[in-house]
Design a protein around this ligand. Structure first.
Ligand code: 5GP
Ligand code: ZN
Length: 137
C-alpha cells in the first residue's frame, strides 16, 4: 500500500535502521525515542493488525520476534524483553500496519518491576548507538 509507512519500510522505499530481515518480515528501530533498544517487527505484506493477519504471515512475524529477542538476550547483554502489540484504534494502535514492539529489558533498568508493563521514561542512549550494538545484519 503506497500510503502506508510500514509498507514503504518493508519494501525499502523508506529508510530505517534495519536490525534483521527475512523473506516475509523486517525488524527495525522504532524512532519514538521512548526506550533504549525499542525494536518493531512487521510483515512486509500489508495487514492492519493481528485481527486480519493470515496464519502464515503471523507465524513469520512471531518467528522474527523470537529471533530478535533471543539475540538481544544471548548476544547483547539484556535479561529479557517486553513484547507488546496494539491491535485496533480502540487498543491504541497508531500505525495501521501490523507490528509487534520489542522492548529489551535489564534487571534494575528502571522501566518497571514485576507485574508492571514497562514505563516509557525516554531513551537514555542515542538511537544509532543502541542500533550498532544490537543489529544482526
Ligand atoms: P503503535 O502506536 O501503533 O503501537 O506503534 C507505532 C510505532 O511506530 C510507534 O512506536 C512509532 O514511534 C513508530 N513509528 C511511526 N512512524 C515511524 C517511522 O517512520 N519509522 C519508524 N522506525 N518508526 C515509526
Ligand atoms: Zn502497510
Amino acid at each position: 500500500m503506497e500510503n502506508c509507512i510500514f509498507c514503504r519500510i518493508g519494501s525499502g522505499a523508506q529508510p530505517c535502521l534495519k536490525v534483521c530481515e527475512d523473506e516475509k518480515t523486517i525488524a527495525f528501530m522504532d524512532i519514538a525515542g521512548d526506550a533504549d533498544g525499542h525494536v518493531l517487527v512487521i510483515p512486509k505484506k500489508h495487514c492492519e493488525n493481528i485481527l486480519d493477519c493470515d496464519r502464515e504471515t503471523l507465524n513469520a512475524v512471531i518467528g522474527m520476534v523470537k529471533r530478535v529477542s533471543d539475540h538481544l538476550v544471548s548476544r547483547c547483554g539484556y535479561d529479557g524483553a517486553d513484547i507488546l502489540s496494539a491491535n485496533g484504534e480502540a487498543a491504541g494502535q497508531t500505525v495501521g500496519h501490523f507490528h509487534i514492539h520489542i522492548i529489551p529489558r535489564r534487571h534494575g533498568d528502571g522501566l518497571g518491576g514485576k507485574g508492571e508493563w514497562p514505563h516509557f521514561t525516554g531513551a537514555k542512549q542515542e538511537l544509532e548507538t543502541v542500533y550498532e550494538s544490537i543489529r544482526m545484519i
